[in-house]
Ligand binder design. Structure first.
Ligand code: HEM
Length: 458
């Protein structure tokens, strides 16, 4: 059935002679605007399928999506669902294949070695900043710089890449992400790829180049498998996998390894880098918090070398991270697809339904957080890991349930190390050149970069 809402809304038999006039006052004392039939005003649909604001259906091409920004609905749905009853939407899997492949695994890395790699890359970035400032230009696009450094960090910590190789893969992945972002408007549209042949081919080409680079890393690591000492992600995967003769065992194929590497590279570097970038912006806007964190670093780290064991004591820094991820969740939405019918109250979410969980929407909902929802107040996380949100599923920066982010501990570590080193060396102010325009380009990014004025402290 096709219910013609325009027709119904413009019917003089329902609304009277002034039906085509602009008269907002008709809604003054009547939420239905004075129409003479109770089903004559349907801007949000009707009955059990009505759009209720925080849960409604929309379409991407021929793919229906259930939009969810209601934590209670999410909770009821999650209780009904065992992990196997839902997965990631196939429609995205297909589109993002060049970027993610099918990788998903988590192993514990060697934290101590990782700390050193993170410190090394951040110090190199600091040296670059000092050189730029000394040359008379204190304005630094911290987003560009930190994304680059985080790319290098994840390349080192995940699969032992160094220097040029790490930089090359990082740059290509960023380019691939931009290309894919430009084609997402055709997701769900049958033959959508034909509308943007150039970008689709570009994405394929970039995907292949990245595969080639990573395959060469895997191949050279396989050759030296017996003297394998690197305890990065790839090293651990290879150790658990090889047959002792340099060939892969049954658990992972080379393709699997490649996919794991790509998943980690993408999922791991940008989300954390953007969290650090948005933090620097908020600290530049709230100097008191910049000073609070510097005091905490002085107290906890002092003049000693930065050590993994002290990171847990940087408590205020963790509140700040939580608050930044509330206001600017760098993974701005979470997706699921029902693998069986799911029942929520009297609604059935049919098998195959895609779900789009709007994290930004929930993190900015005054009904969940109160009137100060848009204010930067890290202290809301002081005694409550949920930041005072009045629903336990209202704060989801790392997703939820069995598919929750596997890299969150690594991200806390990287966030604290990079921020400690930066705040110990520099103070930050917002540059007049900065234009505030957060936008969703898969991750939540500053559209025009994030320019800050950076002053060395000594
Ligand atoms: C601030 C930093 C980070 C944020 C905000 C973040 C957020 C997320 C979110 C929201 C998801 C989806 C969870 C779900 O579907 O319920 C996710 C998945 C994932 N994250 Fe993170 N993450 C961060 C850092 C990292 C790091 C450092 C790594 C690895 C080194 C990582 C690896 C992954 C992986 C492998 C997945 C699964 C991807 C997939 O299923 O395709 N993340 N992350």
């Amino acid at each position: 059935m096709w219910i013609d809402v325009v027709g119904v809304h413009h019917d003089p038999a329902l609304w009277g002679k002034d039906v085509n006039e602009f008269r907002p006052e008709r809604f003054m004392n009547d939420i239905n605007g004075g129409r003479n039939h109770k089903m004559g005003y349907l801007p949000f649909g009707f009955g059990g399928r009505m759009c209720v604001g925080k849960v409604f259906i929309y379409w991407l091409g021929t793919e229906p999506f259930l939009y969810i920004a209601d934590p209670e609905f999410l909770k009821k749905m999650s209780t009904e669902v065992m992990a196997k009853k839902w997965g990631k939407p196939r429609v995205f899997r297909h589109d993002r294949d060049p970027m993610f492949g099918n990788g998903l695994v988590m192993v514990e890395g060697n934290e101590w070695a990782m700390t050193n790699m993170m410190i090394e890359s951040t110090n190199q970035m600091i040296d670059r900043w000092i050189a730029q400032i000394n040359s008379g230009n204190p304005e630094i696009d911290v987003e560009r710089e930190i994304v680059e450094t985080a790319g290098e960090i994840i390349a080192k910590t995940s699969f032992g890449m160094k220097g040029k190789n790490a930089k090359e893969v990082s740059e290509k992945l960023c380019a691939l992400q931009m290309t894919l972002f430009k084609t997402t408007r055709y997701v769900g549209v049958p033959f959508g790829k034909c509308f943007n042949v150039k970008k689709t081919l570009e994405a394929k080409k970039l995907g292949k180049k990245i595969d080639k680079l990573l395959l060469s890393v895997i191949a050279s690591r396989l050759k030296s498998i017996k003297k394998q000492t690197q305890e990065d992600l790839l090293g651990l995967l290879l150790q658990g996998n090889h047959q002792g003769d340099g060939k892969l065992g049954k658990t992972f194929t080379t393709r699997d390894l490649l996919d794991e590497c790509k998943t980690f590279f993408f999922a791991g570097h940008e989300t954390t880098a953007l969290a650090i970038s948005w933090t620097l912006l908020l600290l530049a806007m709230h100097e008191n918090w910049q000073n609070e964190l510097r005091d905490e670093i002085r107290e906890v780290v002092g003049d000693k070398e930065l050590d993994i064991n002290v990171l847990a004591r940087l408590k205020k820094m963790k509140w700040v991270m939580n608050e930044v991820l509330r206001l600017y969740p760098t993974a701005p939405n979470v997706q699921r697809q029902a693998r069986e019918d799911i029942h929520v109250d009297n609604i059935t979410v049919p098998n195959g339904t895609n779900m789009w969980i709007d994290v930004v929407g929930m993190h900015h909902d005054p009904a969940l957080w109160g009137k100060d929802v848009n204010e930067f107040r890290p202290e809301r996380f002081m005694n409550d890991i949920n930041g005072g949100c009045n629903h336990k599923m209202g704060y989801l920066p790392f997703g939820f349930g069995g598919r929750m982010c596997v890299g969150r501990n690594l991200s806390f570590m990287e966030y604290k190390i990079v921020l400690t080193l930066l705040l110990s060396r520099f103070s930050f102010k917002v540059s007049p050149g900065y234009i505030h325009s957060p936008s969703i380009m898969l991750s939540l990014r500053p559209t025009y970069g994030l320019q800050l004025i950076v002053h060395p402290l000594y």
